[in-house]
Design a protein around this ligand. Structure first.
Ligand code: SAM
Length: 231
């Protein structure tokens, strides 16, 4: 178990070097901007479907928040910065998050042992964090702790890929595994995100055509899942 966490730390150090000069994850990359827009559209639709339209009073946690990019998106959705909490294993990424999200709270902790009381959060986010964990036991522990700190009326939003054959440092997460990881819950799955290799080629040519392709779902690589406790 310790080994997988050490592997993850090494992998992110290595990624920092590999992507130092790349714009792959930047909003200045049109395909990345497209993916973020599409994800936000479905996220807002999902939040509305579950009655989460007034976000200002909600306590929100992101497990595996990295540099805080996703939490920043929630400011635009109406969340107050002081209600945003982020947890990550990697201290330098949290320093960046703290810099961009003044007033929000961050903890350098392992998602397997979240430093919060039970039933604290209204909304919990996990965006591409679980797929970076290869050890099945760590995945199970993280998801159990997410359920512990979620209020009975709360919602977990999980956004992760089910397929990424090119990156052996990650492991996709399919709907059947999500169902196993969150026992006693109900689920709403939306298959989204046009496969990045296709998006990188086609979005610069036609945003509209790519929106149509994504609607077909067949080339989509991720699931956005709303997970709620069955009371
Ligand atoms: C691919 S990044 C995603 C960052 C952010 N959620 C986003 O979408 O921009 C995955 C993050 O999960 C964090 N992570 C992985 N395993 C974790 C664990 N057991 N506890 C806390 N954070 C973890 C990593 O350190 C990394 O910052």
């Amino acid at each position: 178990m310790i080994d997988d966490i050490a592997r993850l730390r090494n992998e992110y150090e290595d990624r920092k070097r590999r992507f130092a000069t790349s714009d792959l994850y930047s909003v200045f990359n049109t395909a990345t901007l497209f993916a973020i827009h599409q994800r936000q559209r479905v996220t807002l639709h999902m939040l509305k479907k579950f009655g989460f339209t007034r976000l200002s009073d909600l306590l929100i946690l992101e497990m595996g928040c990295g540099g805080g990019g996703v939490l920043t998106e929630y400011l635009d959705f109406g969340v107050f910065p002081e209600n945003l909490h982020g947890v990550d294993l990697l201290f330098d990424r949290l320093l960046h998050a703290r810099h961009v999200l003044l007033g929000s709270k961050f903890a350098n902790a392992d998602g397997q042992a979240l430093p919060y009381c039970s039933e604290t959060f209204d909304l919990i986010l996990q965006y591409t964090a679980i797929s970076s964990v290869l050890d099945p036991e760590i995945r199970r522990n993280i998801c159990a702790d997410l359920l512990r700190v979620l209020k009975p009326s709360g919602l977990i939003l999980s956004y992760d890929f089910w397929l990424n054959p090119t990156n052996l440092q990650t492991h996709g997460i399919r709907p059947s595994e999500i169902r196993r990881l969150f026992p006693g819950c109900r689920f709403d799955f939306q298959r989204i995100t046009l496969a990045p290799p296709i998006a990188r080629r086609l979005v610069p040519v036609s945003w509209l055509f790519c929106a149509f392709l994504e609607k077909l779902k067949i080339f989509n690589t991720h699931y956005l899942v709303a997970i709620s406790k069955i009371s």
